[in-house]
Design a protein around this ligand. Structure first.
Ligand code: ADP
Ligand code: ASP
Ligand code: MG
Length: 457
């Protein structure tokens, strides 16, 4: 049976370090050129650019500091452009992007913070990257074009952590993107989208992975490739556990747990669209594309009890004590309704007779990086309960198969970290994870101990 063009398409995503400068962009172009099935390329902003745009988006004062940050971003983009020697229209486009950056950052500092303007500013990093990579591919003789992701990636209007609208995205991809794929290699931006009023939105930090998965879902792609600075998903973040090793195959469920529990290699929501559309995901290293990398699939040959460990730092434990026992029946429902109104997602939860303790991210993945526990939230909770907030915690997750049905797992965890204080435990909600909440200062030690005990023999 002949496959139609859509299903033979590969979507490839390159992260910030992969597009940091011209030599890095050349490596991306090598990968794209080597595989004609790569028809959609999704890029992040060059390394360091989004962090600086986030700083500008908060309206930096004093002026000298704002100018310093702006200059640093401009230097990164100018040095790529200088090395690339692009055509005059690319230089003109770059000037437009950089002057818009200066304008928006001045507005946010002088006039005030406006969420839609913040997202418009944050989006400019990705816009520069897709423009440069498309130009480089053309210089190499490919018919490539820079495509505005906002034409397809539709979201709600929650600036900074917008939620994608997959059905609409599918329709728009058919209309605007599919017709291009026969003749062009399309380069587009990760991280950004647009709401129904065509205002630019962002999907939250690290959101380019999610963008790429949304494109892959919309196109029913043959595969999604995530090219980054490590050669696959490791048994633990290799920056935290030196003896971590790459995993050749992992299931969607396990990889999703890893991402949810802090493995920065994937944005936590990335695997939903890929799994919905049954698109296999490959993770590889842009610098060493020949290495085996990791495949994320429905099933894997091996199903070890313990596959990997992740850690999510910056966790907050919020303990809510009901003020009125008579009120207790609807207490959890009310508590969660308030948290939902503040768009706070809860990870672990334990309850006692009159209190409930839950963990949440100090900042969430909102593009702004602002704290989630605000005075407004505390004011809303005050009539319902007494609230205690404990910071400086980390969630360590053991990820694998049948963890809750394998008798010795929990006892081994407790033996291995007997000397550390465990603030909370969660086991059983998913057969794929067992989580402990610990002090952030203990997290690296605990990871190394558990890695040695479960993954190194
Ligand atoms: P990109 O800019 O390409 O999106 P990220 O910095 O977001 O890259 O993600 C890659 C980083 O994720 C790696 O450098 C590594 O430190 C970190 N990481 C965390 N957990 C893991 C893991 N289990 N396996 C591999 N990398 C991990
Ligand atoms: N550039 C954005 C960030 O740094 C999105 C991404 O890289 O995935 O968060
Ligand atoms: Mg990333």
């Amino acid at each position: 049976m002949q496959r139609n063009l859509e299903s033979s398409v590969i979507v490839a995503k390159f992260g910030g370090t992969s597009v940091a400068d011209l030599p890095a962009l050349q490596r991306c172009a090598d990968i794209v050129q080597a595989n004609p099935a790569i028809r959609v390329v999704v890029v992040s902003a060059a390394a360091g650019v989004t962090n600086r745009l986030v700083a500008l988006s908060k309206g930096i004062a004093p002026e000298s500091e704002r100018m310093q940050v702006l200059t640093e971003i401009m230097d990164i983009q100018h040095s790529i452009s200088k090395a690339l020697s692009p055509s005059p229209d690319i230089n003109a486009q770059l000037r437009d992007y950089l002057s818009r950056m200066a304008e928006l950052s001045a507005y946010l500092s002088d006039v005030g913070i406006e969420a839609s303007k913040q997202d418009e500013l944050l989006a400019l990093g990705e816009r520069c990257s897709s423009m440069f990579l498309a130009e480089l591919l053309r210089q190499r003789g490919l018919t490539a074009r820079d495509f505005n992701a906002c034409q397809v990636i539709r979201t709600d209007s929650h600036f900074g952590s917008a939620e994608a609208r997959p059905t609409r995205i599918g329709m728009l991809a058919k209309e605007h993107l599919t017709p291009l794929l026969e003749n062009y290699c399309v380069v587009t931006q990760g991280f950004i989208g647009a709401d129904a009023a065509d205002r630019v939105t962002t999907l939250g930090r690290g959101g380019s992975d999610l963008s790429a998965a949304l494109f892959a879902e919309a196109l029913r792609a043959q595969a999604l490739q995530i090219w980054t600075d490590v050669d696959g998903i490791y048994t633990c973040d290799p920056r935290q556990v030196k003896s971590a090793r790459p995993i050749s195959e992992i299931t969607f469920a396990e990889a999703a747990e890893m991402a949810t529990f802090g493995a920065k290699i994937l944005h936590p929501a990335t695997l939903l669209p890929a799994q919905r559309a049954q698109v296999p995901v490959f993770i590889g290293c842009t610098r060493e594309p020949e290495k085996a990398g990791t495949w994320i699939k429905n099933t894997t040959k091996q199903r070890p009890v313990c596959r990997a460990l992740s850690v999510r730092r910056g966790q907050v434990l919020l303990t809510a004590r009901s003020l009125n026992m008579l009120h207790a029946r609807g207490f959890l429902a009310e508590l969660f309704a308030i948290l939902a109104r503040h768009r706070i997602s809860v990870d672990l939860i334990t309850t006692s007779e009159v209190s409930v303790a839950l963990t949440l991210d100090a900042t969430g993945s909102h593009s702004s990086g602002n704290k989630l526990i605000s005075q407004a939230l505390l004011d809303d909770l005050a009539p319902l309960c007494d609230v205690e907030v404990e910071e400086g915690l980390a969630l360590v997750a053991i990820i694998g198969h049948q963890l809750s049905n394998t008798p010795e797992v929990a006892s081994r965890v407790f033996q291995m970290i007997a000397k550390k204080n465990i603030r909370m435990i969660s086991q059983g909600a998913s057969p794929n994870n067992l989580c402990v909440l610990v002090r952030e200062d203990d997290a690296t030690d605990i990871l190394n101990t558990l890695h040695q005990g479960f993954l190194e023999n």
